[in-house]
Write a protein that binds this ligand. Structure first.
Ligand SMILES: NC(=O)c1ccc[n+]([C@@H]2O[C@H](COP(=O)([O-])OP(=O)(O)OC[C@H]3O[C@@H](n4cnc5c(N)ncnc54)[C@H](OP(=O)(O)O)[C@@H]3O)[C@@H](O)[C@H]2O)c1
Length: 362
C-alpha cells in the first residue's frame, strides 16, 4: 500500500494523447470475468475504447476510487452479466475527450460517477484508460483538488449529502449522530453537517478519534469500549439528536430499536444499508413490529444513492469553498489495482482508496 504522498508512478503506457483526433481504438482496463473475489475475477487486459450514446461523454480517466459496493457486487454478479464487462468500478476523475454535444467541452476536467447498473449493462466502468458516462453524472472538478482527491467524492460524498440534506433535511442548529464517523460516508457527513452549522456526534474506534475530531466532530464515542446504544443511553443527550446516520451498514437493529432514548420525536434514522445476518429479526423489528407491540416510534429510512447533477454541483461548490476536504486513505498504481482492493476489503481505511489510472495525474 502507498500513502497518498508516496504514490508511485504507474508503468501502464498511456493509451494515447487525449484529443478527439487521437483517441485510440484499444486500451488497458480491469474487467470482470465471473462471480467471486476481486483477485479471482478481475482481469487486466486490452479492451476496445467505448463509443458514447446520446447524452454521454467520453473521458480519459485520471483516477478511479473504490467503494465497498465494488467488491461486494462482484460476488453477486451472474456470469452472463460478468461476460459483458469491459471495465469495473464507478467513481472517477478524468478529462473530457469527446463532449458529444453535451454541456461539456473537450479538455474539461471532471469528476463523476457511472451508475452501477450502467456499468453492468454497457460494460464500461472507471477502471479503464477511457470510459463513458452520462453528462448528468459529472461536474467540473474544483481547481483546489487534484484528480486523485476528487475521484473519491461521488459515491461516498453524495451518499452523505443525500442522507443529511435530501432525506433528513438537516438544518443549522440541529444535531446529528453518525455511526461510523471514520467511514468515507461518515467522514464526508461530518464535514457536510458542520458546513450547515449542525452539531455532530460520532462513533469510531479510539485510534480514529483525532481523525474525526479534525474533520469537525464535537462529541466522540468509542464503539470498541461498550455497546454503542448503552453509551448513548447513558450519555442522555439533551436535546436528543434530530438525525441518526448509520454509516457502517450494520444489520443489528439495536441502534434503531433503542433510538427513542437518544433520537428526538420526529427524528429520522437513516441507514446506508443493513448488511450481514439477522435479516428476519431486522425486518420484524424495523418494519413490521407495531408500536403497541413494543415497536420503535421513530422513522427508519434506507439511503440508496442516486447522484443527481444539482447535488454533485452543490457538493463541488462546498469543496471549492474549502468546507469539504478530500479524504484519501491511499493511492495505488493502475497495475496494483488488486492491492487497492486488499486495502478497502480490510474495512479499516480512513478515506478513499484510489487507483491512479493515468500515471501522470496529480
Ligand atoms: N446505500 C448507499 O447508497 C451506499 C453508498 C455508499 C456506501 N454505502 C455503504 O456504506 C458503508 C460505508 O462505506 P464506506 O465506503 O464509507 O466505508 P469505508 O470507508 O471502507 O469504511 C472503513 C471504516 O469503517 C470503520 N468501521 C468499521 N466497522 C465499524 C463499526 N462497527 N463502527 C464504526 N466504524 C466502523 C473503520 O474504522 P475502524 O478501523 O476504527 O473500525 C474504517 O475507518 C458500507 O457498508 C457501504 O456498502 C452505501
Amino acid at each position: 500500500m502507498m500513502s497518498a504522498d508516496q504514490a508511485q508512478v504507474a508503468t501502464a503506457a498511456p493509451a494515447a494523447e487525449a484529443s478527439s483526433k487521437s483517441i485510440p481504438t484499444t486500451q488497458k482496463s480491469w474487467s470482470v470475468t465471473g462471480s467471486g473475489d476481486p483477485d479471482k475475477v478481475l482481469k487486466f487486459g486490452d479492451v476496445p475504447v467505448p463509443k458514447q450514446k446520446k447524452g454521454e461523454i467520453l473521458v480519459k480517466v485520471q483516477a478511479a476510487a473504490l467503494n465497498p459496493v465494488g467488491y461486494k457486487v462482484l460476488k453477486l454478479v451472474p456470469s452472463f452479466v460478468a461476460r459483458r464487462s469491459k471495465a469495473h468500478e464507478f467513481d472517477l476523475a478524468g478529462v473530457v475527450v469527446d463532449a458529444n454535444g453535451t454541456e461539456f467541452k473537450e479538455g474539461d476536467e471532471i469528476f463523476g460517477v457511472i451508475p452501477v447498473l450502467s456499468v453492468f449493462l454497457n460494460g464500461y466502468g472507471a477502471l479503464a484508460q477511457y470510459t463513458v458516462l452520462p453528462a448528468q453524472r459529472a461536474v467540473i472538478r474544483p481547481k483546489n483538488v487534484t484528480p486523485t482527491q476528487a475521484a473519491g467524492f461521488p459515491i461516498a460524498g453524495l451518499t452523505a449529502y443525500q442522507s443529511l440534506f435530501t432525506l433528513a433535511k438537516l438544518e443549522e442548529g440541529q444535531s446529528v449522530f453518525i455511526n461510523g464517523g471514520s467511514t468515507a460516508v461518515g467522514s464526508f457527513a461530518i464535514q457536510l453537517a458542520k458546513a450547515v452549522g449542525a452539531r455532530v456526534a460520532v462513533s469510531a474506534s479510539g485510534k480514529n478519534e483525532q481523525y474525526v475530531r479534525n474533520l469537525g466532530a464535537d462529541e466522540f464515542f468509542d464503539y470498541t469500549k461498550a455497546p454503542l446504544h448503552e453509551q448513548l443511553i447513558a450519555a442522555d443527550p439533551n436535546p436528543k439528536y434530530h438525525v441518526f446516520l448509520e454509516a457502517v451498514g450494520t444489520a443489528d437493529p439495536t441502534l434503531f430499536v433503542e433510538s427513542e432514548k437518544y433520537l428526538a420525536p420526529g427524528g429520522v434514522f437513516l441507514s446506508v444499508g443493513p448488511q450481514g445476518g439477522g435479516c428476519l429479526s431486522f425486518i420484524w423489528k424495523v418494519f413490521l413490529q407495531p408500536s403497541w407491540l413494543g415497536g420503535t416510534k421513530r422513522t427508519w429510512k434506507l439511503v440508496s444513492l442516486d447522484a443527481k447533477k444539482n447535488e454533485l454541483e452543490a457538493f463541488a461548490k462546498l469543496v471549492e469553498e474549502g468546507k469539504v476536504k478530500p479524504l484519501v486513505d491511499s493511492v495505488f498504481s493502475f497495475e496494483d489495482t488488486l492491492k487497492a482492493y486488499e486495502r478497502i476489503k480490510t474495512g479499516r481505511a480512513t478515506g478513499k482508496v484510489v487507483v491512479k489510472v493515468d500515471p501522470t495525474a496529480e
